[in-house]
Design a protein around this ligand. Structure first.
Ligand SMILES: [Zn+2]
Ligand SMILES: [Zn+2]
Ligand SMILES: [Zn+2]
Length: 367
């Protein structure tokens, strides 16, 4: 006579070969079919109520623990080897793609729909690199909260040239807007508080994009003015190099000069035919802007303002002087036009202002 076993679930009796062991219980076939499943990893039979898998797979708890991680955003299970780590979170591929495109830290080639701030056609877009404080999303969000509290002023990109930092990019703004509406002081203070550095790194630049429209409404006028701008930079290279706070090595790498020519027309012809690319002091490769790349990064408000004021003067020279007037102009003639207190102070710090003695020097740039 066959030995009979009682199903631990329904209590009916069955021959041994018609029962199965599940997590220590003996079950009949019917109960097995309705109450259990096989782990898709190890093949162990488990109760459905103990299944730790998802809609695609059954998993016992030990396989779940050993091989899988849950996405911190969408909660789906991911094979450990397919987990993307981003800013302390474990993400599936879809969520990772999403955070990379949605920000707050955008890829280096990201361009938003631009928002223009302030009056007039002379607009400046600032790219300020900060480093050594992390590529963290929470830091980026903090800086954006401050910068964009009243208007859409700033976005943030990652940049391969930085070790562990962020690139802060403004929408195009008039000088007046940069000085009086853009909360630069609070942004720079917060960056310092978050342990970022800019001047004191070897990686950070301060790049200023000037809208082409700042130089006139026709292509020809713009080209003539831009020629004078490039000529000015070459003509006063030693002064501007000192102003920039860059080392010669940094300049050669990130913002090389074209080499001076006798007048603006030869200068621009030379610049455009130099094949120098974008890592030049005056980058002419963008369609809608001329980019001054010379300046070293800074977290010092006065230095940032002075740099913008200087670039504004460069634009003024480019649009208001003739080629001949510019060729005849000396550095001291140029200084005569400068009255802004921030710029005067900075020029004194850099020993570029007439013969005034200097009492503060590099020690003022500690960030
Ligand atoms: Zn049963
Ligand atoms: Zn298993
Ligand atoms: Zn996900």
């Amino acid at each position: 006579m066959k030995e009979m076993y009682t199903c631990d679930h329904c209590g009916e009796e069955f021959p041994l070969e018609e029962t199965l062991l599940v997590e220590g219980d003996r079950l009949c076939r019917h109960c097995t079919a309705s109450l259990t499943a096989l782990c898709d990893e190890c093949g162990t039979r488990i109760y459905l109520e103990h299944d730790e898998g998802d809609s695609n797979r059954f998993l016992c708890s030990s396989c779940r623990e050993r091989y899988y991680t849950r996405c911190d955003r969408c909660n789906t299970l991911i094979y450990n080897e397919n987990v993307y780590e981003y800013d302390g979170e474990n993400l599936c591929e879809d969520c990772y793609d999403e955070v990379c495109t949605e920000g707050p830290i955008h890829e280096y080639d990201y361009v938003p729909d631009l928002v223009f701030h302030g009056k007039g056609l002379r607009k400046f877009g600032v790219e300020l690199e900060i480093d050594e404080g992390g590529k963290s999303r929470s830091n980026a969000n903090r800086l954006l909260e401050i910068a964009n509290r009243d208007a859409v002023n700033l976005y943030i990109k990652s940049d391969g040239s930085l070790d562990d930092g962020l690139e802060l990019v403004t929408h195009p703004m008039s000088l007046d807007y940069h000085l009086h509406e853009m909360p630069w002081e609070d942004i720079l203070d917060e960056a310092k508080r978050l342990d970022y550095r800019s001047h004191s790194t070897n990686t950070c630049g301060l790049y200023i994009h000037i809208s082409r429209m700042a130089f006139g409404c026709t292509y020809e006028t713009q080209e003539e003015c831009i020629a004078r701008l490039v000529f000015f930079v070459e003509k006063f290279w030693p002064e501007l190099l000192r102003f920039s706070r860059r080392t010669q090595g940094q300049i050669n790498h990130w913002a090389a000069r074209y080499g001076m020519k006798l007048n603006p027309k030869d200068q621009i012809y030379h610049a455009k035919n130099s094949c120098a690319g974008r890592y030049t002091a005056v980058n002419l490769t963008n369609a809608d802007t001329v980019e001054i790349r010379m300046f070293r990064g800074t977290l010092k408000l006065n230095t940032l303002i002075a740099t913008l004021q200087l670039v504004d003067h460069l634009c003024e020279v480019a649009v208001s002087m003739s080629d001949q007037e510019l060729q005849d102009m000396s550095w001291f003639d140029f200084l005569d036009q400068i009255t802004e207190p921030e710029l005067v102070q900075y020029l004194k710090e850099r020993r570029l202002y007439v013969n005034e003695p200097v009492n503060t020097y590099d020690a003022t740039e500690v960030f």
